[in-house]
Design a binder for this molecule. Structure first.
Ligand code: PLP
Length: 391
């Protein structure tokens, strides 16, 4: 039975060759690819200034620390209640307090909910384009201006997608990209790459000197092996990884902030060169899912024709037992993943995030999937839901 995998990364011979060449030439940390990547990303993002670092969370930490230095009396940062936990942790690691605000049906921060949470201690709002669905970032730009606070445009999950002709990540005071697994441009596991994007001319010299003072990430050979094992060879390694993790639980990414390493910048350049082709292949898979799931009255809450999505999240009916669905699908060689846990506080102002997060399931969407694979996944999903309803 053909396995249908989650799309952790779409690496080919070129990426592997580039990584091995960097290791063999002794240029795994320092080298010219870092500058080349910053220039090419800058062009792709409409002439922005880009500083490449080791992860999205490092980019957030560096940028937030710079903002906090300008308004030291303001210590709160509004974040979406449905978000990658790394964002919440990045806010805390910058010595600031994350404040959740609710999200809307497309899983993006709601303007009215964010407005309600602005107070006299608010430093900034972080707006993410969840899984690639563009948020109303222009609306947030007006809100931030009106309230006299900073705005962070977190485009970690998309590269080069635009809204009204302007690239996501280039709004607000600074933007963020991530090149970790499951993103649209992947250099390795989290800690392999990310970037700060700066349109605020005032802020750029400070961000640039903070990033310039960092050393490039180290141990790149080891990181490459871990990435290949954990993400590129999963069909062959996942059982061994499962037992290994029971013996030695994975330690969270704690290094950084660091500059991106030359090796990772080289693979990022390969990924950038193939981005358009990979995007087109992903759109075919997304359209296939949207058509099939509609007949089952299931929604991809973020889908729109010609919209790139880094992940395919399906919204299941209330009361579905997601864990039993996942087990049923796993037995039929279909890998799935649950959603992020919601980020809530005691105010109860994140009602939709709390309600929706347990009903979201990520479906496999590797570019190699055919129409028949998509049909098979959807049929198994339908059967899994029927069984979960009777359990
Ligand atoms: C929206 C968002 N921002 C930031 C990050 C952090 O990126 P990284 O894993 O490269 O630190 C992530 C990671 O998934 C993310 O989804």
């Amino acid at each position: 039975m053909k396995r249908c995998e989650l799309p952790y990364a779409s690496w080919g011979f070129r990426e592997l060759r580039a990584a091995i060449a960097a290791l063999a030439s002794g240029q795994s940390r320092h080298g010219p690819a870092i500058g080349q990547l910053e220039n090419q990303l800058g062009e792709r993002l409409g002439g922005s200034r880009v500083l490449a670092v080791d992860s999205g969370r490092s980019a957030l930490k560096i940028g937030l620390e710079a903002l906090a230095g300008r308004r030291p009396e303001r210590r709160e940062v509004i974040v979406p209640a449905y978000i990658c936990p790394a964002v919440v942790n990045a806010v805390k690691s910058a010595g600031l307090r994350p404040i959740p605000a609710d999200v809307s049906h497309d899983l993006n921060l709601r303007l009215d909910s964010a407005r309600e949470r602005i107070g006299d201690r608010t430093l900034a709002i972080i707006v993410a384009h969840m899984y690639g669905a563009p948020a109303d970032i222009a609306g947030f730009e007006s809100l931030a201006k009106e309230a006299g606070i900073f705005l962070v445009d977190d485009a970690a999950q998309v590269v080069g997608e635009t809204l009204s002709g302007r690239a996501l990540g280039t709004f607000g005071d600074f933007g963020v990209l991530s090149f970790a697994q499951s993103k649209c441009l992947v250099t390795g596991e989290s800690g392999g790459g990310g970037a700060l994007i700066c349109r605020n001319g005032d802020l750029f010299p400070e961000l640039s000197s903070r990033v310039g003072a960092l050393d490039p990430a180290d141990a790149r050979g080891k990181a490459l092996i871990a990435f290949v094992w954990n993400y590129l060879l999963t069909p062959y390694t996942d059982k061994a990884t499962y037992y290994w993790r029971r013996l030695r639980p994975a330690t969270p990414h704690t290094t950084g902030p660091a500059r991106i390493a030359n090796l990772d910048a080289k693979t990022a350049l390969c990924q950038l060169a193939s981005l358009n082709n990979r995007r087109s292949a992903r759109l075919v898979v997304l359209d296939g899912y949207a058509r099939q799931l509609e007949t089952q009255h299931l929604a991809l809450p973020q889908y729109a024709p010609d919209r790139y999505l880094a992940r395919v999240m399906v919204r299941l009916p209330p009361g579905t037992d997601i864990e039993s669905c996942r087990q049923y699908l796993r037995r039929r060689a279909v890998t799935t993943r649950p959603a992020y846990p919601p980020f809530l506080d005691e105010t109860g102002s994140s009602a939709y995030a709390r309600e929706i997060a347990p009903r979201l399931l990520e479906l496999p969407a590797a570019a190699s999937m055919t129409g028949a694979d998509i049909t098979r996944v959807c049929e198994h999903l339908g059967e899994a839901m029927r069984r979960s309803a009777f359990d």
